[in-house]
Write a protein that binds this ligand. Structure first.
Ligand SMILES: Nc1ncnc2c1ncn2[C@@H]1O[C@H](COP(=O)(O)OP(=O)(O)OP(=O)(O)O)[C@@H](O)[C@H]1O
Ligand SMILES: [Mg+2]
Length: 399
């Protein structure tokens, strides 16, 4: 087994964990998408009853939450009204009312991650500045106000909207001056393009008790929409690079004094150097394979971290690859999951359908994980090959 780092726990720490969960804890979550839904699946094993706020009455959590409230995640009053009687409140996305969460924290609700950390991460400009100020390796950058300044950095460069971008929609790579002319006209980070050999991610948990654990490094392969196409875990990189990536992730959570689950997206460049791209203060697409592939899933680990429970082992049980099921180019209406039954006839393939009522082109509708027979890097390639085979079989259409 690939050893999980930092998951060992002393008796001393166990004594400090005053285990309280299950029906005695009122536990809330902002956001009711697929990350929330998979969190609820893990929460049910602890009889933890998750109460969810989301703007969409048909959100994936709408029928699986213990209590579902339809409301605006960016409206401070609605967030406060939702959260005021909760014991613990967490998030499945970072674009939420920081004002509302700060007020709830002041009212005595345990809010994890801390609203200050969400504020830091929500604004890519502030996030980049944190890396620069704390010696975290990241591509050089400066901040700009809009399109008039998109040519103020040597090419190739990358423009990223400071707020509101997701799934690559707020990112543009400029290779020519002409590209830069069509940049976003809004406050942005303008940074050097990295000559990427591989995109990696490390998920790290830090509990309310200060215990930390990193997952083995994951390799992400992107499609032409800048969405993760599939992931492979453990990443096919040297032990040295893997150790370095995990050390950077640990350094970030310690320097932030972060509590919760943090996904650290990294670039490995063609010279073998590692750069932090960005961080996400929540469960992450690059950790879905941990449900079947690792001793503790990222969703359970997140709950353990915010409830102050001992963190679980992050060790790999079986190497895995994970494919997002994304709405096809013309897909509109009720989703039809073509090829899924055939995929399920294969050994070691696990389907996850998120329960979204409507499909749209590019919308994440589910994922499948393919497990390899064991945890070795060679097996990671066999899982990746299985996923490539599944890619040609699976599609999501509309009817
Ligand atoms: N400095 C860079 N050099 C080269 N490519 C980059 C750089 N920054 C971002 N990219 C590319 O753009 C992609 C999306 O960037 P980023 O992760 O910042 O955006 P995002 O909208 O937050 O994406 P997501 O929600 O999918 O994580 C990266 O995965 C990478 O492929
Ligand atoms: Mg990203």
């Amino acid at each position: 087994m690939d050893e999980g780092m930092g998951a060992g726990i002393s008796n001393e720490k166990l004594k400090r964990c005053d285990v309280s969960f299950g029906s005695t804890v009122r536990f809330g979550m902002l956001g009711g998408g697929q990350l929330g839904r998979m969190t609820i699946q893990a929460a049910q094993n602890l009889d933890l009853r998750v109460e969810v706020l989301d703007p969409d009455a048909a959100a994936p959590c709408a029928r699986t939450a213990y209590r579902f409230t339809q409301g605006d995640l960016n409206n401070a009053k609605e967030v406060i009204d939702f959260g005021r009687n909760l014991d613990v409140l967490t998030v499945e996305l970072e674009n939420v009312s920081i004002e509302g969460l700060t007020a709830l924290k002041a009212m005595g609700v345990q809010v994890w991650p801390d609203p200050e950390h969400l504020a830091l991460i929500c604004d890519k400009g502030v996030q980049k500045q944190f890396f620069a100020d704390n010696g975290i390796p990241t591509a050089d950058f400066h901040l700009i106000e809009g399109r008039a300044e998109t040519m103020t950095r040597a090419l190739p460069s990358v423009q990223k909207l400071r707020v509101g971008g997701y799934d690559g929609r707020g990112v543009q790579v400029f290779r020519t001056e002409d590209d830069a002319r069509y940049g976003f006209d809004a406050p942005s980070v303008l940074e050097d393009a990295v000559d990427i050999a591989m995109e990696l991610s490390v998920i790290v948990a830090r509990s309310t008790a200060g215990e930390v654990a990193t997952y083995p490094v994951v390799e992400a392969v992107f499609n032409d929409l800048n969405l993760v196409d599939f992931t492979v875990a453990p990443a096919r990189i040297s032990e040295e690079v893997a150790e370095q990536a995990r050390a950077i992730a640990l350094d970030i959570v310690e320097k932030m004094n972060f509590v919760g689950l943090l996904a650290v997206e990294l670039f490995l460049d063609r010279d073998g150097a590692i750069w932090v791209n960005e961080i996400a203060p929540r469960t992450h697409n690059s950790g879905h394979h941990t449900i079947e592939g690792n001793v503790t899933s990222q969703f359970e680990q997140h709950l353990r971290a915010v409830l102050g429970l001992p963190l679980g082992s992050t060790a790999t049980r079986r190497a895995a690859a994970m494919l997002n099921l994304i709405g096809g180019a013309e897909a509109e209406g009720t989703p039809v999951y073509a090829g899924l039954a055939e995929a399920m006839a294969m050994d070691g393939v696990y389907p996850h359908v998120y329960g979204k009522a409507l499909v749209r082109p590019g919308r994440k509708m589910g994922h499948v994980t393919a497990l390899a027979p064991s945890a070795t890097p060679m097996c990671a390639t066999s899982a990746a090959n299985r996923i490539i085979e599944l890619k040609s079989l699976l599609s999501v259409q509309g009817s």
